[in-house]
Design a protein around this ligand. Sequence first.
Ligand SMILES: [Zn+2]
Length: 362
Amino acid sequence: VKRTAVALLFLASCGSVDRPGHAGAPCPVCSVVPAPSPQVTSVPSVQATAPSPVARSIVVGPITFRTSVARVAQVFYIVDQLSEWSAWCHPQYKRWAEGRRLLGDEERALLADHKGLRSTGYGALDQAFYTDLDLDTAVARARDSHLMADAQLDTEHKVLAHFDRVLDPLLAEQRGTVLAFRDRMEVEAPQVGRVVSDLAAFAGVYVAQTLPLYLISNTDPRGGGGGYNGGFMEVEAGQYSMQTLIHESFHLVLSHRQKEIANAAQRCGAGLDEEALHEGIAYALSPGILHDEDPGQDALQRLVDDDRRRAPPATNDYVRDHRFGLALRPELESGLSRKGTLAAFLGGVCVTGKALQKEPWP
Ligand SMILES: [Zn+2]
C-alpha cells in the first residue's frame, strides 16, 4: 500500500480518531543521547560557507531542514553505528556487515580507533564530518578550523576512507530509496509542519531555525531510526523514516523547554528523570498521536503490546519510553486540543508516572 500524506493523522481534537499502527514492524529507534542539545541552533559556521548541490531546504512548520544526501556524512554515520561506541547505536548495521563478512581484523581495528575518538561524545567529529564536502576537503577544512588534533583527524580520515570503499555498494544500492524519502518529505512537509507548529505554540516557544538533516542509507528497510545530537539530525531512509523525522522534530521543539522538563522530573523524583520525561512526551506525540501508519490502528499501543510479549524488564529504556508515552498521551492530547500549555501539562506528569510504576509488568 502506497502511503501518502493523507495517511498522516492529525490529532489534537481527535480523541475518537483511530490511530494507525503497523504489522509486526520494528519501531523507529530514537538515538537522542541522552537528550537533545538545545544550545546548537544553527548550521555550524564550518559549513555555512559551503553551499552544496546535494542540499535542499525543506520547510516543516517552524523548522527549515537543510536536507542532504551526502556521501561522507553517510559513511561517518554508519561507521558511528558499527563502532558501537554508545548503547544507542543502531544494531542493524552491524548485523548487516557481519552477515556479509565485511568486518575483518583491519575493519575491527579501524572501528576501535573511531570508538576511541568518540570517547568525548558529540562535538568536533560531527562538525567535521556531517558535511556535504568530499572527504579530503572535509578533512582539510577541519584541520584549518582546528576542530581537533591533527593526529585524531588523520586517524578518522583513514577510518572513513577505508569504509568509503566498504560501504560503496550499499550507498549505490540505497541511493534511490534515500532520494525517494526526500521527495516524500517535501510532499508531506506542510502537514507535518502544522503539527510541529501546534506543539511549538503549546510549549510556548518560538522556534525558527535551520537544521542540517542528513539522510542515511539503511541496511534494513523495515527498520529505521535517527538522531538529533550536537545540532545535527540524521534519519535512516526506510519504511519508518517519516515517523522518525516527526519524532525527532518534536524532540527539537521540546528541547527549547528542557529546563522546565528537567524541573518537573526533579520535583517528582520517584524514578522520573529528565530523559524519561522528554522521551515519554516525544513518544506520546509520535507515534502516539501522529504517525504515518494505516488509519484504524494504534502504533504506540502496539509497541507496548509487543514489549509486553517480549517481556524485557520495566527498566529497559524502550519499554520505559513506550509505556510512559502511552500513559501520558490522554493528558497531552487533551492539552493540545484545548489549546492548553506545556507548563500545565507538566504539572500532572508526576501523578501519571507514579501510577505507572505501580502497574504490574509485563
Ligand atoms: Zn526520542
